[in-house]
Design a protein around this ligand. Structure first.
Ligand SMILES: O=c1cc(-c2ccc(O)cc2)oc2cc(O[C@@H]3O[C@H](CO)[C@@H](O)[C@H](O)[C@H]3O)cc(O)c12
Ligand SMILES: O=c1ccn([C@@H]2O[C@H](COP(=O)(O)OP(=O)(O)O)[C@@H](O)[C@H]2O)c(=O)[nH]1
Length: 499
């Protein structure tokens, strides 16, 4: 395995990520943007990620330790590899918080002969204690916020008690926050609701957002033009600098200058690309709920019925649950595959970014994970939102009311979705004036995303500024938070260049 990282001793940054595909990949892409600007980068995450990457046979063992020039390092979260982390989420987060700091600290000592020379540690919100490890070595710390900036603003205001949020006595109150539309309880992140079953997250976010001064920089996986109002609303509190979208360079037209850096925790089924190629342009409904969500059997049935009745080609990702349950959660209804063999394809895991940018794909029924949403925005197609938990309800609200690039499947009173409503949503985004408008808005956002990451664009300027600050050796002289936001100027520069 890798020996000391700091042979040259200079210009090293260590990224630390929570062990989810949707957290590691944006971090790696940030890493790639930093290496493109002359910084050496390694990423540390927990052993469970190594286990999953190695199991996904599309990645060979060597690639599991080196991704596009970024070295991967692993530490233990204190649990065995076969532990069911999702079902025991609070225990998992507790164990990670308890064992993570000392194990990461040991990893740093092992791999860097002079840790103090690290320019900076970059962490993500699910492993906030990384800032304490950074402080132990007197290394400055940055956070990469891997969800929309809107979520950053909501959590900041909620956990610093700057605004009123629903309580057990007033569970239905509408939340009004600067820079955001009014939000009802189904639009709020599940972790701020009084009925949230996972106690570890309010605790973790409360500590994080009440101690933000531990982070000298807050970077966001978003772009200024996408979330202008809410980004501006945080300037006075604790600003966030958008540096995204951190998606594969091919989706941004940057593949000539930038190599992708990402890992796959599951092997993707490439046959669906051949199948897509045989479908008419703009005809296919793509359906996926990401890497973590497992839908109850009733909801699987509703989707199956809607897809059959819509009579349009579909590509549905049905990822087998890691820990199957007897109630049939996450499983297709019996007979569905046979009944629809001439209409659609079901795969266990898709090459999603290739799918979204394929000309045959018309729309995406999604759980609204932020990575999936950014990938869709960069592909310029409309969305059908079916959010489940965590940030997803708020992401769905953004899709419909802020970005205006999709519709949302309204839940029935029992919390389930009806197949008729899903079918109606499919029709709405496929044909008619609304479909046309959504598609137009989606294409315009795609263009803005590309401009943001091009040389001189808002996100590129924010990355440049970040690199300038971490490498300027200002840490002895100046420990104040570097939280300014250059993004508007960057965008203006690009506009000037264009005219
Ligand atoms: O509470 C969470 C638990 C877990 C998790 C729990 C156990 C595992 O073995 C793997 C992951 O992942 C998560 C991933 C999350 O981010 C995922 O990635 C994106 C970027 O944050 C989001 O936008 C998606 O909505 C989301 O699913 C958010 C969580 O609250 C969780
Ligand atoms: O069949 C699939 C489904 C998802 N993804 C990728 O997995 C990530 C999912 O991240 P997201 O934040 O959308 O949701 P999560 O899985 O974290 O809930 C995205 O980059 C997707 O492109 C994929 O490659 N194939």
């Amino acid at each position: 395995m890798a020996q000391a990282e700091d042979k040259g001793e200079e210009n090293h940054v260590l990224l630390v990520a929570f062990s989810a595909q949707g957290h590691i990949n944006p971090m790696l892409r940030l890493g790639k943007r930093l290496t493109a600007k002359g910084v050496h980068v390694a990423l540390a995450t927990t052993e469970i990620a190594r286990h999953r990457i190695l199991k996904s046979s599309s990645t060979d063992a060597k690639a599991a330790y080196l991704v596009a020039g970024i070295k991967l390092l692993f530490f233990s979260d204190g649990l065995s590899l076969d532990y069911d982390r999702k079902t025991n989420l609070d225990l998992y987060m507790d164990s990670l918080g308890k064992h993570g700091p000392s194990n990461l600290s040991a990893l740093i000592k092992e791999h860097y002969t002079s840790p103090k020379k690290l320019l900076c540690l970059v962490t993500n919100p699910f492993v906030p204690w990384v800032s304490d490890v950074a402080a132990e070595y007197n290394i400055p710390c940055a956070m990469l916020w891997i969800q929309p900036c809107a979520l950053y603003a909501i959590y900041y205001r909620c956990f610093n008690k700057l605004s009123a949020f629903p309580t057990l006595t007033d569970p239905d109150m509408v939340v009004e926050l600067p820079g955001l539309p009014s939000m009802e309880k189904e639009d709020l992140p599940s972790f701020v609701l009084p009925n949230n079953p996972f106690g570890s997250f309010p605790k973790l976010f409360s500590e994080l957002f009440r101690g933000m001064e531990k982070f000298k920089w807050v970077l966001g996986n978003s772009f200024y033009e996408l979330e202008k109002h809410v980004i501006d609303s945080m300037c006075e509190l604790y600003p966030i600098r958008p540096i995204g979208p951190l998606v594969p360079p091919t989706l941004l037209g940057l593949d000539q200058e930038l190599e992708d850096a990402s890992v796959d925790m599951w092997k993707s089924d490439e046959t669906c690309i051949e199948w897509l190629t045989q479908q008419p342009p703009c005809s296919v409904v793509y359906v996926s709920f990401g890497s973590i969500v497992v839908l109850p059997a009733k909801q699987m049935e509703a989707i199956a019925t809607a897809l059959k009745n819509a009579k349009r080609p579909f590509l549905w990702v049905v990822k087998p649950p890691e820990f199957p349950t007897p109630d049939g959660a996450g499983q297709l209804p019996l007979g569905f595959l046979e009944e629809t063999k001439d209409q659609g394809q079901v795969v266990r895991w898709s090459p999603q970014t290739r799918v979204l940018s394929h000309p045959a794909v018309a729309c995406f029924i999604t759980h609204c994970g932020w990575n999936s949403m950014l990938e869709t925005i960069c592909s310029g197609i409309p969305l059908i939102a079916y959010p489940q938990w965590t940030d997803q309800p708020t992401n769905a609200k953004l899709i419909v009311d802020v970005f205006k690039i999709g519709v949302r499947i309204k839940k029935e009173v029992d919390g389930n979705m009806s197949s008729e409503v899903i079918e109606k949503c499919i029709e709405e985004v496929m044909v008619g004036p609304m479909a046309e408008q959504l598609r137009k808005t989606a294409m315009a956002l795609k263009a803005k995303a590309r401009i943001a990451v091009q040389a001189g664009g808002s996100s590129d300027e924010n990355i440049r500024l970040f690199v300038e600050e971490i490498t300027s050796d200002s840490r002895e002289k100046d420990d104040s938070p570097k939280v300014g936001n250059l993004s508007h100027e960057g965008q203006d520069k690009v506009r000037d260049k264009d005219v």
